[in-house]
Design a protein. Structure first.
Length: 234
């Protein structure tokens, strides 16, 4: 398996390039529009064929690169089941798997940050947690039908049930961390290790965070898989 963690500095977003080294088929998870040329260049350099662009959820802080990558490569755009994105080629629900050669990616429904959010277990040894679980933190729950209690349940019941040595690769990081483990987060993540469910709900309800700078343009665009022209027409 080839596994690369790529970073967009403006939105602090991680994009993951994963490929089967035998078939040379690849998948990009949470691509960013402004980084499409970087991603295409890397795919070409590594001799990879992009088969899928896969989203953890409908993002509010950046526009996805899926539409542009789909036009350039013919790949399929995949979003979580029930996500508000009629543009998707297909949807992936809890427990469903994508397979590329010997590479397996399994969806784990982890709603709470938004009402349709998936984490993805890759080859049973690492999990892409999107905005459900950060390194020593988690995503916010105050818009896009987010729910703090649901997020607490998703993390503590679904993600924390994975083996402790499972590597954790988040959708964002704002402090320079790149990877953690389930065991570390169970022990040291203050939002879960130090909070009851009720305490977590109270904490998340009092964050008073400003909206993401790109929220008003990003959400409608991402509901069109990043096709900003389609948004303008609407």
């Amino acid at each position: 398996m080839l596994f690369r963690q790529l970073f967009d500095a403006e939105s602090s977003t991680y994009t993951y390039l994963i490929a089967d080294t035998n078939t040379k088929e690849a998948i990009l998870v949470d691509p960013v529009l402004e980084q499409v040329e970087r991603d295409l260049k890397l795919l070409k350099e590594l001799g990879l064929t992009l088969r899928y662009c896969l989203e953890t959820h409908i993002h509010a802080d950046h526009i996805t690169g899926t539409d542009k990558l789909r036009s350039a490569t013919g790949c399929l755009g995949i979003v979580p089941q029930k996500a508000h994105a009629a543009c998707a080629d297909c949807y992936i629900g809890d427990g469903e798997k994508l397979t590329l050669g010997e590479l397996t990616i399994k969806a784990i429904a982890t709603p709470g940050h938004t009402d349709s959010h998936n984490a993805y277990l890759v080859n049973n040894d690492r999990v892409l947690t999107g905005d459900a679980l950060f390194i020593r933190g988690c995503g916010r729950t105050d818009f896009q039908s987010g729910d703090a209690g649901t997020l607490y349940d998703s993390v503590t019941q679904r993600l924390f049930s994975l083996p402790d040595d499972t590597l954790v690769y988040p959708g964002h990081d704002y402090r320079g961390h790149t990877v953690s483990t389930i065991g570390e987060e169970k022990r040291w993540n203050p939002r879960f290790a130090e909070c009851s469910r009720e305490g977590f709900i109270e904490l998340m309800g009092n964050l008073n965070l400003p909206n993401p700078k790109k929220m008003m343009e990003a959400v409608p665009a991402n509901e069109q898989c990043g096709n900003v022209t389609a948004v303008a027409v609407h």
